[in-house]
Write a protein that binds this ligand. Structure first.
Ligand code: SAJ
Length: 476
């Protein structure tokens, strides 16, 4: 028998109309019946606030996803309140200062000055919010298992302040089932019921950091509600600032869409990395082979080998799906193999570095190596999970003196390595035994680098346009 504070779910009550609430001990009785009309009025009220932009929008996590999203919502007139755990980030935004390259400084400044955007560091203002969007990291543990501490922690905080009429939407990339199996029970433990009192959806972020062509506004957005009412309000919410919203049948489906997208990339990157490993053995130029293959006008799309796969999406997200699939006794072999090949690439770069040093007659332990590029991909300053860090660690273990230059990274302290960027002077270049190009930033003068250093190991084909000194370049 249910205890006084417990509720019977509708599933146990035949012909239950949506929205029955049962509180009761031995004599179960309907004490607060939500009529369908009441629920639909709640939906209508929220829709009105979304359509006339009078809704207050909360965005949890002011990172590369949350801040651009908050700015887009503020630009169309919503009152946006960011919730950010890092006080210095919050203070920076509240001063009208930007720290996300994909956000225009003046747009942020104008929104802060007009009061359309401000950031707090706790959840006490949640009751004022009509929509709360969650854009927090979903990392992996050391043994590649999902780490949902941030999603769960935020959901528990939101539950303390949850009120009827609110939409909660998770944007973080995660395994299918997170919204429904992890977040929903925490939110319904408050006694409020989804689809009746509050609404819940998943809409995966699709941000390509540094991509100026595809932005938060013009990148299509997949939206999956826990139920029809949640779907209606979530699609309306996202449609206010995003040109194309793609509704799917459930939050699970929306979660699966995103992990598939990133798995697609991880597997195809691994395919060309494996080809690079084979071409090395067959003395073929993998870059020539791929450039020729990508001239095919249909049925193919460009991917390129590299020193490994960085960022906090592609190396991580597919393992969320791999972990969940095991629950169904299903082995996602492509994901496992792709991860294995991609994680092997730093070791391959170390092996090719040894070959170059051998050719120069220099022992690794007596070498000075310039790592050119630390960021995980070109033209941005983000070194999370960057393969360059792994390669530095491997070469340092060989006794090499490793220095780095990255125009976007003045210094870094990660994975037990702390280094300062060295200037790319002729003297510095000439003092090195060799250089490894790990990130193909466009701002670097590769012609001068190749002219000044004894030899270059180019893991990104950054020197493809060079004609002079080609004998001083070894490609991955
Ligand atoms: N990489 C290769 N070869 C390639 C492409 C990429 O080695 O052909 C490497 C990159 O150098 C980088 C890593 O893989 O180290 C990830 O590359 P990425 O371009 O996928 O970079 P992310 O993680 O910043 O952005 C991706 C988005 N990228 C694109 O769609 C182009 C997209 O998958 C997601 O929207 C985003 O992650 C995310 O947040 O999930």
């Amino acid at each position: 028998m249910l205890q006084p504070t417990q509720r019977r779910t509708n599933a146990h009550v035949p012909n239950a109309r949506l929205g029955h609430k049962y509180l009761g001990g031995p004599h179960l009785r309907i004490v607060a019946e939500h009529s369908e009309a009441e629920v639909q009025k709640r939906v209508a009220d929220l829709l009105q606030k979304l359509e006339n932009h009078s809704a207050v929008v909360g965005v949890v996590g002011m990172g590369y996803v949350g801040l651009p999203f908050a700015v887009e919502k503020g630009k169309v007139g919503f009152q946006v309140v960011g919730i950010e755990q890092n006080p210095s980030r919050a203070a920076t935004i509240n001063r009208g200062e930007n720290y996300i390259p994909d956000v225009k400084d003046e747009e942020l400044r104008d929104l802060v000055q007009s009061g359309h955007l401000r950031v707090v560091c706790d959840f006490r203002e949640v009751p004022k919010m009509d929509v709360i969007v969650i854009c927090v990291p979903t990392p992996l543990t050391k043994n590649l298992n999902p780490d949902l501490q941030f999603v769960e922690g935020v959901t528990r905080e939101l539950a303390k302040y949850l009120r009827p009429g609110q939409l909660i939407s998770l944007e973080s990339t995660t395994y299918p089932g997170t919204t429904e199996e992890i977040m929903l029970p925490i939110l319904e433990a408050t006694g409020l019921k989804v689809e009746v009192d509050f609404f819940l959806s998943h809409s995966p972020e699709r941000v390509d950091p540094g991509n100026s062509r595809y932005t938060t506004k013009n990148t299509s957005k997949v939206v999956g509600g826990i139920g029809p009412n949640s779907q209606t309000v979530a699609v309306t919410f996202y449609s206010q600032t995003i040109e194309r919203v793609v509704p799917v049948s459930s939050a699970n489906a929306a979660e699966m869409v995103k992990v598939f997208e990133n798995t697609f990339r991880a597997v195809n990157i691994a395919l060309v990395n494996e080809l690079a490993l084979l071409c090395d053995k067959m003395n073929l130029n993998v870059w020539e082979v791929l450039d020729a293959a990508f001239t095919k006008p249909f049925g193919i799309m460009p991917f390129y080998p590299g020193p490994g796969v960085g960022g906090h999406c592609i190396p991580l997200d597919p393992h969320y799906l791999e972990w969940k699939a095991r629950e169904y006794n299903f082995n996602t072999r492509f994901i496992a193999l792709a991860g294995e090949i991609n994680r092997r690439m730093p070791e391959f770069v170390r092996e090719k570095t040894h070959r170059v040093l051998n050719m120069l007659g220099i022992s690794p332990s007596k070498s000075k190596i310039l790592m050119l590029g630390i960021s995980y991909k070109r033209d941005l300053g983000d070194w999370r999970e960057s393969p360059a860090l792994e390669i530095i660690k491997l070469l340092q273990a060989d006794g090499a003196d490793v220095v780095y230059h990255d125009p976007y990274v003045p210094n870094f302290d990660e994975h037990g390595i702390a280094m300062e960027c060295v200037p790319l002077t002729d003297e510095m270049l000439e003092s090195c035994s060799m250089c490894i190009i790990a990130t193909d930033h466009q701002a670097v003068d590769y012609e001068r680098v190749v002219a000044k250093v004894p030899h270059v190991l180019d893991t990104r084909n950054a020197t493809k346009k060079l004609t002079a000194n080609r004998d001083k370049v070894t490609l991955l």
